[in-house]
Ligand binder design. Structure first.
Ligand SMILES: Nc1ncnc2c1ncn2[C@@H]1O[C@H](COP(=O)(O)OP(=O)(O)OP(=O)(O)O)[C@@H](O)[C@H]1O
Length: 260
């Protein structure tokens, strides 16, 4: 549990005059479930966008398993073993549940096969397609979605769509999974199932996870350690009980309808 998987040093991102992430330093260890919280606009999603190569950082350094992430493109970050989900569900809604996972699996493996072999359905391409399908079905079975494999993604209940998004991220075989508000829009039953699900995939897939979430029940219930941001800055770091009693955190949330 002691190996550091992700190390962030003085990570900074500016948008014009606004410093969205201001010298953020922190780390995630192997197998750790870390929370990232803070009021609206604190810079949480921007930090995910920096780690995953969607934004270029202005200052600082990001190292993932010995690899410098600075300047990498999103697909290069994915190949290194970082996957994410988004605040708003981004599934291919007209595709089936299985196809959604297969597409992600292809993204992970596509460099192995030329376009030619796919267009002309060579034996190796067909074999490859079969292995992608089998791997995706196994993954759906592990996350309890195999019964829905042939349903359209958009036909799934909301909670299962969120689960599918996570399954799709898992298809890229990440070592670090970034979840951006996975409980948003869920009812209490779906939320408690999600909490069990996140812990189960961490164990099953040997993942490290960072979760951004406004639902404090989720954060306090599943995270071992929590980082708190406010106006781009890291204002606190600690265990759930340390965070709940931290005066800086309580002050940052004043006026917001959040029960720490
Ligand atoms: N592409 C962008 N261009 C300009 N400003 C941006 C951009 N992305 C984010 N910001 C600004 O950076 C700040 C941090 O935004 P960010 O989305 O990271 O906050 P957040 O903590 O994820 O908020 P929320 O909890 O509401 O999702 C905000 O003031 C936001 O308006």
């Amino acid at each position: 549990m002691n190996e550091v998987v992700l190390e962030l040093k003085n990570v900074t991102k500016r948008f014009g005059g606004l410093t969205a992430v201001d010298k953020f330093s922190g780390h995630v260890k192997k197998g750790e479930l870390v929370g990232l919280i803070g009021p609206n606009g604190a810079g949480k999603t921007t930090l995910f966008n920096l780690i995953t190569g969607m934004y270029e950082l202005d200052e600082g350094e990001m190292v993932f398993l010995g690899n410098r992430l600075n300047g990498l493109k999103p697909h290069e970050v994915t190949r290194l073993g970082i996957a994410r989900t988004f605040q708003n569900i981004r599934l291919f809604s007209d595709m089936s549940v299985l196809e959604n996972v297969m597409v992600a699996r292809h993204c992970k493996l596509r460099s192995m096969f030329s376009l030619f072999s796919f267009v002309f359905k060579t034996p190796s391409a067909l074999k490859f397609e079969k292995s992608v399908r089998e791997h995706s079905e196994k993954l759906l079975a592990k996350v309890g979605l195999l019964n829905f494999a042939n349903e359209k993604a958009s036909a799934l209940p909301y909670g299962l769509q969120r689960k599918l998004e996570i399954a799709r991220a898992l298809a890229t075989e990440p070592k670090l999974l970034l979840l951006d508000e996975p409980a948003a829009g869920m009812n209490p039953q779906e939320t408690s199932e999600l909490m069990e699900f996140i812990k189960a995939i961490r164990d099953e897939f040997g993942l490290s996870i960072i979760v951004i979430e406004h639902d404090m029940k989720v954060i306090m219930g599943i995270c071992e350690r929590i980082y708190v941001m406010d106006y781009g800055k890291l204002i606190a770091e600690g265990t759930p009980s340390q965070i709940q009693s931290n005066p800086l955190v309580i002050k940052a949330y004043l006026g917001e309808e959040v029960l720490l």
